[in-house]
Design a protein around this ligand. Sequence first.
Ligand code: GUN
Length: 279
Amino acid sequence: MAKLIDGKLISQQIKDELKMKTAELEKQGIKGCLAVIQVGTDPASSVYVRNKKRACEYIGIESRSYELPQETTEEELLELIAELNADEKVNGILVQLPVPEQIDENKIIQAISPAKDVDGFHPQNVGALVSGLEGFVSCTPAGVIQLLKRSDISIAGKNCVVIGRSNIVGKPMALLMLRENATVTIAHSKTNNLQEICKKADILIVAVGKPKMIDESYIKEGAVVIDVGIHRKEDQKLCGDVDFDRVLSHVSAITPVPGGVGPMTIAMLMHNCVQAMTR
Ligand code: GUN
């Protein structure tokens, strides 16, 4: 029987641990404050932002909301970030992505002080991860590591294939698995013989962004499968990048969608916020 990796439960455990930590910090007079900036009213972004603010409230840190109009200029957004960088009360800054096209996303990421970059997107934090130094780690891949560890799935020495090479998930995911001593392959949309490569994976992490692309022909018997994808189907139900029903009888453990990786992203954002408070 395949084990279902319960991201809802594990993310709740993490948030409860963090709630205790913030209570202790508060006794020492240390208070947390996350500034959340959203430009425009993209409905998916609004849901994410609302959930992030809710999580702040749950673990006991203040969240400050900045809802800027769609037509905000790059200069205006950079000005707000500069103000928040200088504000000693604010220890975390998050700009919900994507930003409207008149704004250069990379400029925004680089404008956030690396010490307040709780998303872990700033090149200084990415560089720290590459070099094995302390820094903020991108939340979704950090959440995947927690899912594996807290499900007692050993990583060291395992063959791990990551499908996807985005800056937010694929690349940091591969680096984190390497840091945990896995043997790591990064595959992507241009990879030849993708099925053959995936079939060698003891741990297959899928972040391709294509609904149900991965079926049993990609899976080694007994592999662990982590599905980072999330898509809304025509019937309004959610599905991942993995065809869950088809791979289930071939895997030893798998994350469901929803309720797998999804809830972990916010839990790890809260982890980074608490890290920012204690630095
Ligand atoms: N958009 C999609 N995922 C993320 C994330 O993890 N952080 C931010 N800031 N924006 C996102």
